[in-house]
Design a protein around this ligand. Structure first.
Ligand SMILES: [Cu+2]
Length: 407
């Protein structure tokens, strides 16, 4: 073999190894990891971040404005709409506490996530979207909802038919829900900015006839996302380009429902139906609740025909999954995200002992939540993979329990 052939072979080998390292993110992370990561966030994740530039950027605080002047983000409300209803939504700036400090974000109707909009299957609603941010256009893209393309929130410069809400103007959306299940909305303008800054929310389309009818003690709407913090603020977004990854941006702080301190309460023996949505623009999550039993009952396409017990749920950007979690013990469970390198804590579930029925009747119990253990002896996977039985008689029994407890 000639020396020149040997050298070129060696060179191609080195290039191959370097490309492999870059693709796996190792070199990528090593090269770009920098910045002062704020302390106090339990969901912190170190990840390769691009060098931020400070000119020509979009950030939460308006030019010449102050973070302290922004209104505090409100808790996410659940809004029940019925066929024919009209609902006003405004895109605005808010401040929110993340990682132990206040950061400037964008919000649908003042909350991150935006309102959970619940509507029955087959209904048609109208949403009037007004944008007050000023320096960024917004739309309402109803992800996963099969609707008329004139209202799908894709602006003309992306080949769509929906006008954008620029500064101060209002666009009306007629939204029909032909399918039951979990869907979500976000602007279809620079997904890295819209989602990274907090513009996302759930639609829960209900169907009393058949869908997700297993008896459960409560439901939780859970939106996963991440944001990139540096010097205790969200790293500004370049106005004229996306950076580092196609259409998205990895964050270094993991959020559940817009917070790095997510938790909810349950009682020993409860089953909680969790509607999961991944609103991160680039990150895939592998979710688990160690010690709890997880049953996958549905996804983007609605309720599964066959339910399956799972060890974890792998959820890519924009995907939805519906899982039912059973908590056998009174203890604090953690909601985790696992990568090949590490397990991160996303939040916690505080499970307490059942309150005896007698004290609950005296008013100790939580209104509207069934404390009675609904899953008797069918916990081990049965051939049909069901815990409860979703027949009408079981559901009406559950409704009766609910009513007798909520007074
Ligand atoms: Cu989408």
């Amino acid at each position: 073999m000639k020396t020149s052939t040997l050298i070129s072979l060696l060179l191609s080998g080195i290039i191959l190894i370097l490309s492999a390292l870059f693709l796996t993110g190792w070199l990528n992370g090593a090269m770009f990891m920098h910045g002062n990561i704020p302390s106090g966030s339990r969901n912190m994740i170190m990840h390769g971040t691009p060098k931020s530039n400070t000119t020509g950027t979009i950030q939460g605080v308006p030019t010449g404005g102050k973070l302290s002047d922004l209104p505090e983000a409100k808790p996410t409300p659940i809004v029940d709409l019925k066929d024919g209803d009209t609902y006003d939504m405004t895109v605005s700036r808010v401040k929110k506490s993340i990682g132990g400090s206040e950061v400037a974000m964008f919000a649908y109707n003042g909350s991150v996530p935006g309102p959970v909009i619940r509507a029955p299957k087959g209904s048609t609603i109208k949403i009037r979207l007004t944008n007050t941010i000023g320096e960024m256009d917004a739309t309402l893209h109803s992800h996963g909802v099969r609707l008329n393309e004139a209202f799908d929130g894709v602006p003309p410069d992306q080949g769509g038919k929906t006008p954008v809400s620029g500064s101060g103007n209002t666009v009306d959306y007629t939204i029909h829900f032909p399918d039951a299940g979990a869907f979500w909305y976000h602007p279809h303008v620079r997904d890295d900015i819209g989602q990274g800054m907090g513009l996302y929310g759930n639609y829960i389309v209900t169907d009393t006839a058949s869908r997700f009818a297993n008896p459960v003690n409560r439901e939780e709407y859970v939106i996963l996302s991440d944001i990139l913090l540096e010097n205790r603020q969200i790293v500004p977004f370049p106005k004229d380009r996306t950076d580092h990854s196609l259409m998205g941006r990895y964050g270094n702080t993991l959020l559940v429902n817009g917070t790095d301190q997510y938790s909810f309460d349950a009682k020993k023996g409860d089953v909680v139906r969790m509607y999961l949505t991944n609103a991160a623009s680039a990150r895939t999550f592998q979710l688990n609740i160690p010690g709890a039993k997880l049953k996958l009952v549905g996804s983007d396409s609605g309720k599964y025909g066959k339910e399956t017990f799972v060890d974890s749920v792998l959820i890519g950007p924009s995907e939805r999954y519906v899982v039912e979690a059973y908590f056998p013990k009174a203890e604090t469970y953690t909601l985790t995200h696992t990568t090949p390198d590490k397990t991160y804590t996303l939040g916690s579930v505080n499970v307490s002992e059942q309150i005896p029925l007698s004290s609950e009747r005296r008013g100790v119990g939580v209104r509207g939540i069934i404390h009675k253990h609904l899953i008797p002896s069918t916990l081990t996977p049965t051939p049909s993979m069901r815990w409860g039985n979703s027949s009408r008689s079981t559901r009406s029994r559950q409704t009766r329990i609910l009513h007798s407890h909520s007074g």
